[in-house]
Design a protein around this ligand. Sequence first.
Ligand code: 48F
Length: 272
Amino acid sequence: MENGETMTLDEQVITKAIIRRFTEKWLDNLDLDVAVVGGGPSGLVAAYYLASRGKKVALFERKLSIGGGLWGGGMMLNEIVVQDEGKQILDELGIATALFQPGYFTADAVETTTTLASQACRAGAKFFNLMSVEDVIIRRSNGPASTKVVGLVVNWTAVEMARLHVDPLTIRTQYTIDATGHATELMHIIERKSGSKLLTETGGVVGEKSLWADVAEQTTLKNTREAFPGVYVAGMAANATFGSHRMGPIFGGMLLSGKKAAELIIDRLENT
Ligand code: 48F
């Protein structure tokens, strides 16, 4: 505005700006390289690495806030613990850590959550919070061998919470990451509805075992892999799917798992 004129705010413009920009963002993300379901530590790290490598990635989070179990540290004491390898990821993302004793570093849970989310956004990942993934789209092109998840079915969390009878909409995606945490929601849906076996030893979700930090941290990485054609599991969903332990408020495995899921998918996208 010139000559000290003040602008009169027009509520119609504010409303149009939000509707148009959100619609543009959504339309632009209906066909993805990778859909990340769940905005906890593993999903955020996966989104960051995928977007950093130029992949078209969107993250769907049921809640208003991004961050999953990160905010609360352990029992609402908002500090997290990571090991050497996890610290390297925090270093790369510019998140401060403090040595507690050799092999154990702490980080502020709020700084970790907000910086992971910010870095993923800045790298180009698009976030759709307040949306729940309630189903998947599976296609068979050449018989059961080529059965693959090719899309997601999404609805507003508010619809889910209010139990309104409102049909969802869909997203097409080449790959999906189930980063839904302990509930491993997508794998349960696929197990129930696909009519095919998961890539686990039982053919279904094996289930989470009780808390054992050391073993759980190691197996999280091993279990971060494709669990159904087109769908990779990361974070606690990986251990729940393949039947390993939970680990409590140590987060190195979550961060490394997100990175591994991203790397595996980048390899598939670039080499197949
Ligand atoms: O639980 P969560 O933080 O998953 P994570 O990345 O990390 C686990 C740790 O927080 C902690 C732990 C390790 O130290 O044991 O628990 O494996 O985040 C999962 C996110 O997914 C969202 C949910 O709201 C949460 O923020 N979510 C779950 N199901 C859906 C979903 C769904 N169907 N659609 C959209 N979001």
